[in-house]
Structures are given as structure tokens and as C-alpha cells.
Design a protein around this ligand. Structure first.
Ligand SMILES: Nc1ncnc2c1ncn2[C@@H]1O[C@H](COP(=O)(O)OP(=O)(O)OP(=O)(O)O)[C@@H](O)[C@H]1O
Ligand SMILES: [Mg+2]
Length: 225
């Protein structure tokens, strides 16, 4: 499903080099729910952005469903991101002027799904995340937890092979964060593969596997009890 091999990422900074990744390798199998944890600055977001094709590594390779990302043109990579990967961010990244339904429709519109089909699917997805009654609200008229659920529905719009999330509960209070955790658990039960960066111990506890990062490397892996 997802294979990252010996990833390195260097950032030049004021004449010095920051080694954000120092040889990180990770495999995620279909249907897995993997939590990626580690101290601030250990390289978690960098790793997630590289496996998601948002950023490129200094060295190493990433394979999604058998396709090596570095072999793709910009256009092919954009297409793969749009149709095979879903992203969920700490700060939701919804378009504020659009309604919940329009936000969910956007990736489908970009992928060429017709109006009536994408409206119907956006409604189904909003129902799935428990927000059918909020489809006409603009992003600015939603609570934080609701915004994150819309963002998750949007990430699922084109039926991604894997959902990547970076601190999806980081901006939410405990109770609202729990709703997102429940949703992730349900998504995984329903067959979605998840790779989630988190500081949230409850999330790490419910994932099937926890991968620990330290100083740009994967240092250990533990299956959940
Ligand atoms: N664009 C950049 N330019 C220079 N250095 C960067 C850049 N992005 C990240 N870094 C550095 O790379 C290292 C890893 O950053 P990264 O954002 O991956 O950490 P993280 O594990 O996600 O941390 P956090 O838990 O705080 O989000 C850090 O030392 C950071 O300062
Ligand atoms: Mg981060």
C-alpha cells in the first residue's frame, strides 16, 4: 500500500543543514491504522508530507500502491494525490466562503465528477460523519469539531487508498477530539487505511500499530495491546 524507504530530508538553514529525516523507512499495509508519534521536531510532519507527495525527499523513495512517486510528472503526482490520498490537517484548511457540502465537493470537481453525482456523494459523506444537518453552513459557521469532520469527509471524497492526518485532534478539546477518534475508528473498521501523526495518547492507544520517531529516524514499533 505505502512503502517509504530510507528517507532523508535536509533543509539548508543559514549556512547550516537541518537533518529533518535521517533514513526513515516505513511500510503501511492495506487496512492498517498506524499512529506516528515522537517528540516535537523529530520529523513526523516532514515524513507525512513526503509520503503524501506534498514534499520531496533529499534521498530515498516512496511507493504508493506500487507507484514510485519520483517517477511521476507533476501532473501525474497531482492526480495521484487527488484520487489515491486523503489529507487531514490540524487546522482543517477548509475554504471559508464555501459551505460544508461545497468543501466536500471540491476534490470531486477537480477530479471531474459531475455535479449531481458529487452533490449526492458529498451528502452521503456528510451523513457518514454525522453532519447531514450542516451541509449548508459555511466553514465559518461550524464548530472546530464540525470543521474537522467536514475536512475528513472532504479527504474521503475521491475514495482514497490511504488517509494521512497530521495532529487531527490538536486544535480540539478532549470531548470533541474523542468524536474525531470515534470517527477514525469507524473509518478503519469500514476499510480505510490510516496513517496519523499525533500527540494524543488516546489516538495512539486505539491505532493498530504505533511507530515512534526520534531525531529523523523510526526508533521502534509496537503493536497495540
Ligand atoms: N521548511 C523547513 N526549513 C527548515 N527546517 C525545517 C523545515 N521544516 C521542518 N524543519 C525542521 O525539521 C525538523 C523536523 O520538523 P517536523 O515539522 O517534521 O517535526 P514534527 O515531528 O512534525 O514536530 P511537531 O510535533 O512539533 O509538529 C525540525 O527540526 C524542524 O525545525
Ligand atoms: Mg508536526
Amino acid at each position: 500500500m505505502l512503502v517509504a524507504r530510507d528517507l532523508r530530508k535536509d533543509y539548508p538553514m543559514n549556512g547550516e543543514t537541518v537533518h529533518a529525516l535521517r533514513g526513515a523507512s516505513l511500510t503501511v499495509e492495506p487496512g492498517e491504522y498506524v499512529a506516528l508519534v515522537g517528540p516535537s521536531g523529530s520529523g513526523k510532519s516532514t515524513l507525512l508530507q513526503i509520503v503524501g507527495g506534498i514534499d520531496t525527499p533529499t534521498a530515498g523513495t516512496v511507493e504508493i500502491l506500487g507507484t514510485r512517486l519520483e517517477t511521476l510528472s507533476d501532473r501525474e503526482l497531482t492526480r495521484l494525490r487527488l484520487t489515491r490520498l486523503g489529507f487531514v490537517f490540524q487546522r482543517f484548511h477548509l475554504l471559508p466562503v464555501l459551505t460544508a457540502r461545497e468543501n466536500v465537493e471540491l476534490p470531486m470537481a477537480e477530479a471531474g465528477v459531475k455535479g449531481a453525482d458529487r452533490r449526492a456523494r458529498a451528502r452521503r459523506l456528510l451523513d457518514y460523519v454525522g453532519l447531514g444537518h450542516r451541509e449548508g453552513h459555511r466553514a465559518t459557521q461550524l464548530s472546530g469539531g464540525e470543521m474537522q469532520r467536514v475536512a475528513i469527509a472532504r479527504a474521503l471524497a475521491n475514495r482514497p487508498a490511504v488517509l494521512l492526518a497530521d495532529e487531527p485532534t490538536g486544535e480540539l478539546d478532549a470531548a470533541t477530539g474523542q468524536e474525531i477518534l470515534d470517527l477514525f475508528r469507524r473509518l478503519n473498521t469500514d476499510g480505510t487505511t490510516l496513517l496519523v501523526v499525533t500527540h494524543d495518547e488516546r489516538l495512539a492507544a486505539q491505532a493498530g500499530r504505533t511507530v515512534h520517531m526520534l531525531d529523523g529516524r523510526i526508533v521502534s514499533e509496537a503493536a497495540a495491546p
